[in-house]
Structures are given as structure tokens and as C-alpha cells.
Design a protein around this ligand. Structure first.
Ligand SMILES: [Zn+2]
Length: 334
């Protein structure tokens, strides 16, 4: 009978700035991640991907991991991804020309390894949901708070992909009616236009204009438009500036609106809050506001917790997808 030893995989997070890769075993990185600058052309990106995989295979071997212990490569990429074919089928933000690339087909042919391709936010959600403490929960929603809002939904250990592979675009749920906030997606009223870093700054500008008319005092009035950053607002709030505190409070209320909507739709076990702005987020306040705004008993039972993988969630999640597929013995991509 073959032994059921856990296999390792290569995980790669492909972003607009960097390709970041590492060998992942038992849900953890083997060594430090390797960074390569993302080339500006799709064909060169594929070349860089293949080169990075080969380098990581060599590195794994020198650290004592045999090549046959690597069961595949998981690639997290921006854009809508058909995970059955491993092709990027939709908008790719800051990777121009990347849509239409058959990543799985090309990388499998050039490396001889099994490849799984996943949207980067979904891969991060999968990584977060597969950690030991959460992997047996029924429903987990991962919210990535940064310049925008991304996310992913994992139900019974599987990512919710949707009919057109676009499920989990939680940042673009509509939370307003007045069309006053334009989102980067081209729509108005998106959660992202309120709850992201960009949203926080829009709120800051609105409140500054409003309170200036009312004659309120704040150090933020001395900050020029170009110097008004999320960091500055958090810094002033920490120093006790009342207007900065009001902006941060309003930001938490906006984040809560999306959490409450998702809570009513999915009644999840927990939300995992991750991304560059998650550290600035007061999770206890989010929980308090959720209890206040959600239907009785639904808000109380949902847990809101911090990420355990941070910036490595995408590459760990992508690698874990391949490990789980190979472990199941069947391509269970959907
Ligand atoms: Zn949007």
C-alpha cells in the first residue's frame, strides 16, 4: 500500500510588481520566499514563471526535499481565472495583456508538473481557510482590506467559484444608492469605494469639507491634499484628533455594512480580515457594530478574526490547492 505522506508543492503569487514563490509543505513555507520582478509582457511573464519554478526545485533539492516529493505548482494570479482550464479569462488589473493566457497548459508543458491556477484573492482565502484552526468550519469569508477590497468564500473546504468563475467579488457589492462614490471597477456605490483605503480617504475628504464649514478644529486641515494618506489619518486618530477619530469610526461602519450583508446571506462561521489595512482595523469594534446591525443571533455567533498567514496567504493557498487535488486523486477544481 502506498504511503500517504503529505506532499509539498511550489506556490507562486503573481502580482503586478513581483512574482513571489516558495516551496510549501504542511501549510508552511520551506525557507524564505523568492522574489522576481514581474516582466512587462505576457510571454516574458511565463518565462519568468518557469525559471522561478526551476530555481525553487533546485533550492528544494539542496534543502533535502526530493523532486518527486513536489506534487505540483499552484499559481495565484490577478484576474478572473477558469480553474478547470487554468486560463485567465477576465480583467487583470495591472497585468496588461495577461487575459487569455493559458497558464496551466503552458507551464505544465514546460515543467512536467501538475499546475493549478487560481485568482489571487481566492487563493489567499483558500490558504487562510485551510489553516488548522479553521479547516473544519462550514463557511469562512476572507476579506482583504487594502487600496481596494478583495475576498473569497470557502464553504465546506471548497472555494465558491460561481458559474463564470467570478464569485467572491465581495468588494463590488453595492452598499449605497446615491452614486456619490465611483469605484475603480467603473460602477458606483461599491463596498470597496467606502471600506477600502481609497474609501477611507474619500470619507476623510467629505468630512473635512463638512466640518470645515462648521468651523471644527483638526490637525488634518493643515494637511495638503497630496499628503492626506490613510497612514496620516490613523496617526492623527491615535494622537486623539477628534475629526480623524470620526473618519476612522465611519470607515469601520462602512466595513461593517459589507460584513453584515455577507453575514445575512451566508451566516458564516467566521470572517478573516487580512490585507495591508487590516492592522489598522479594530476587530473588536467591527464585532460590536456587527452585533448591533445584524439580525439577532446571527451577528452574535459570527467570529471576526485576524489573518494568520498575512502576505503569504496567496502562495500558500495556491500551493495547498495542488496538494489537495493530488491528495484527492482527482482534479477537484470546482
Ligand atoms: Zn466596484
Amino acid at each position: 500500500m502506498p504511503s500517504k505522506r503529505a506532499c509539498a508543492a511550489i506556490g507562486i503569487d503573481l502580482g503586478g510588481t513581483n512574482l513571489r514563490g516558495a516551496v510549501v509543505e504542511n501549510g508552511k513555507l520551506v525557507g524564505e520566499p523568492v522574489y522576481v520582478e514581474t516582466p512587462d509582457h505576457p510571454e516574458k511573464i511565463v518565462d519568468a514563471l518557469v525559471k522561478l519554478i526551476e530555481d525553487l526545485l533546485d533550492e528544494a533539492q539542496t534543502s533535502g526535499l526530493q523532486r518527486d516529493a513536489i506534487c505540483g505548482v499552484g499559481i495565484a494570479t490577478a484576474g478572473v481565472v477558469n480553474c478547470d482550464t487554468g486560463e485567465v479569462i477576465g480583467s487583470t488589473g495591472n497585468l496588461p495583456g495577461w487575459a487569455g493566457t493559458k497558464i496551466r497548459e503552458v507551464v505544465e508543458a514546460r515543467t512536467g508538473l501538475s499546475v493549478h491556477v487560481e485568482n489571487d484573492a481566492n487563493a489567499a482565502a483558500y490558504g487562510e481557510a485551510r489553516v488548522e484552526e479553521l479547516k473544519n468550519l462550514h463557511c469562512i469569508v476572507v476579506v482583504t482590506l487594502g487600496t481596494g477590497i478583495g475576498g473569497g468564500i470557502v464553504i465546506d473546504g471548497k472555494l465558491l467559484h460561481g458559474r463564470g468563475w467570478a464569485a467572491g467579488e465581495i468588494g463590488h457589492m453595492s452598499i449605497a444608492l446615491d452614486d456619490s462614490r465611483l469605484c475603480t471597477c467603473g460602477l458606483h456605490n461599491c463596498w470597496e469605494a467606502y471600506g477600502s483605503g481609497r474609501g477611507l480617504l474619500a470619507t476623510a475628504r467629505e468630512l473635512l469639507a463638512e466640518k470645515n464649514d462648521e468651523g471644527q478644529d483638526s490637525t488634518l486641515f493643515e494637511v495638503g491634499e497630496a499628503e492626506l494618506t490613510t497612514y496620516k489619518v490613523f496617526q492623527e486618530a491615535k494622537a486623539g484628533d477628534l475629526l480623524a477619530c470620526a473618519i476612522v469610526r465611519r470607515w469601520h461602519e462602512h466595513i461593517t455594512t459589507g460584513i453584515v450583508n455577507l453575514t445575512h446571506i451566508l451566516n458564516p462561521d467566521c470572517f478573516v480580515i487580512t490585507g495591508g489595512l487590516s492592522q489598522a482595523c479594530d476587530l473588536a469594534l467591527l464585532k460590536e457594530l456587527t452585533v448591533e446591525k445584524a439580525l439577532h443571533n446571527i451577528g452574535e455567533t459570527v467570529e471576526i478574526r485576524a489573518s494568520m498567514l498575512d502576505t503569504n496567504a496567496g502562495l500558500i493557498g495556491a500551493a495547498q490547492s495542488v496538494i489537495d487535488e493530488v491528495g484527492a486523486g482527482v482534479p477537484a477544481r470546482r
